[in-house]
Design a protein around this ligand. Sequence first.
Ligand SMILES: O=c1nc[nH]c2c1ncn2[C@H]1C[C@H](O)[C@@H](COP(=O)(O)OP(=O)(O)OP(=O)(O)O)O1
Ligand SMILES: [Mg+2]
Length: 360
Amino acid sequence: MSRKLPNIIITGTPGVGKTTHCEMLAERTGLKHLSVNDVVKERECHEGWDEEYQSWIVDEDKLLDAIEEEVKEGGCIIDWHACDLFPKSWIDLVVVLRADTETLYDRLSARKYPEVKLQENLDSEIMDVLIQEARESYDEEIVVELQSKDTDEMESNVERIEAWLKQKNGHHCGKTRHLVNFITGNANKLSEVKAILEPAIQVDSQALDLVEIQGSLDDVTLDKCRRAADLVQGPVLVEDTCLCFNSLKGLPGPYIKWFLSSLGHEGLNNLLAAYDDKSAQAVCTFAYSAGPGHEPILFQGITDGRIVPARGPGNFGWDPIFEYEGKTYAEMEKSEKNKISHRAKALAKLQAWFAKEMTS
Ligand SMILES: O=c1nc[nH]c2c1ncn2[C@H]1C[C@H](O)[C@@H](COP(=O)(O)OP(=O)(O)OP(=O)(O)O)O1
Ligand SMILES: [Mg+2]
């Protein structure tokens, strides 16, 4: 491939925030924002105006001819609500933005979309049309799905795409981005790890139920990592999470999973009834091994908080009883938790280590 800079498609149902993302990204990276909407209008790549849909009927051949030269030079951020028309060889990363239907409804009605068009777009989002189109049209490892509900999420998405660009530029062409095989049986963990690492690091995953030994935090994780590497006969990433009550000298610690399933949120609170000090530490330890026989490397993150009676949605472990600066993890937006959590801090260390590995 002759282009020096990569090409990125930012796609998604109308209203998900493509243009805002593209503009922010273009401003920060110097890459060129290629709005297909504008190209279609200005270079007349259409077969006329559709009254019912209030939009141009795009002539795809004309469109591709119109942008071919620019895109082949590289460094384009293509902004369009379809992606399957662009040749695979042009594209290095496909970002599919997602938003929930309420958010989309609000944004599209503010744009005064005709009723048919509005409904069709909501349906398309619900049916995952664009993410499927992206996965069918490009190699799976270059397709990334990102949530785009509010400015915080947009901000963090742009940062993540920037991180991907940096590591892409940091080494010679052809070498792909890092890939980790995250071994976990916990879907919530996996979605947080993906949300924090992708697209700069691609996260694959296998669910293995690994026996966890008793011992110190580090020993549990090291042992889990060695056995996972032996089992899959390749590089692996594993993680173990502890919740340590300071009044109980660090217990339940690595045993939190069993304490939680036997005692529940209320029981965990009761354990601290005899103590004034309700403070606790959430500790996340990742271990990465390059394969069987390679000594694992540890990355640890700690967030200090307090154990409180449950508040907020209860879909992830002890999130409702762990309070940090006035809010429980469960009460926070995902993007908020992913900035300050024990897991985010551990992953920041892992990212720094991977980045150094890449350039050395
Ligand atoms: O951010 C978190 N917020 C709330 N709860 C959490 C969090 N992270 C882990 N947890 C829960 C899951 C499990 O009840 C225990 C850790 O046990 P832990 O062995 O690390 O997790 P797991 O067995 O579910 O998954 P894995 O297959 O990766 O070992 O704390
Ligand atoms: Mg486990």
